[in-house]
Design a protein. Structure first.
Length: 223
């Protein structure tokens, strides 16, 4: 069971009356930062502290950071990538969304499956150990039509819509605080992208056109 409290003091008071095994977990605020230079090292604590100083955030504001796309999937010429940054307070997260920066499902450490399932080919090994380059597989849909990380995955879209219904706050562009500008409403989401139909086949230039014989009485007579 998860109980959300408004203040730390209220949570601590509640813990005193609950099971000794109960734990207090701080709320975090995760945002997507696009086009971060790949020279950034999210696993390096020094990089996180430097990012805080450059953006004038309080020390310890950035809790964690991780790349969205697996590093091994990058191209040789790739120089930027999208990253997830988790903040400890909503104000810094909102400022990052507004000013910029200088699930589904579950994460790996919470997975209860007994075996690893590759998100590329669907076989029983880690995605980082996959050597298959010409095969795609979606774990959620159990199909070879697309990859597990495809943003147009039907299962992914359905789960996002289900979460949006359960959590109306998902429709807000910012994490709501006492600041009035954070209490805005995002415009409706556009419909999912649909690939255009394939172009019609081109005529074969080597194929001779079909000739139709015309009769003279089909043409009007001149006076």
């Amino acid at each position: 069971m998860i109980i959300e409290m408004m203040t730390k003091e209220a949570a601590k008071n509640l813990l005193q009356n609950l099971d000794p095994q109960a734990a207090l977990k701080e709320r975090t605020y995760t945002i997507v930062v696009p086009f971060m230079p790949i020279s950034f090292k999210p696993e390096d604590n020094a990089n996180l502290r430097q990012t805080e100083r450059e953006n004038r955030w309080n020390e310890g504001t950035v809790l964690t950071a991780c790349w969205i796309k697996p590093v091994e999937k990058r191209t040789n010429t790739q120089r930027v990538a999208h990253i997830l940054i988790t903040f400890t307070d909503p104000t810094s997260a909102n400022n990052a969304i507004r000013d910029g920066i200088a699930h589904y499902g579950h994460i790996t450490k919470e997975c209860i499956a007994h075996n690893d399932t590759c998100a590329n080919c669907g076989n029983n090994h880690r995605t980082t150990d996959c050597t298959t380059k010409d095969k795609q597989y979606c774990i959620a849909c159990e199909t070879t039509d697309h990859l597990s990380r495809d943003r147009d995955c039907p299962t992914f879209i359905k789960r996002c819509e289900s979460l949006d219904k359960r959590y109306p706050d998902n429709q807000l562009p910012y994490f709501p605080t006492n600041d009035e500008w954070t209490q805005a409403t995002a415009p409706p989401k556009p419909p999912p992208y649909q690939k255009p139909p394939p172009p019609p086949p081109k005529n074969d230039h080597n194929q001779q056109p079909t000739l139709t014989q015309q009769r003279l009485d089909m043409y009007p007579m001149r006076n």
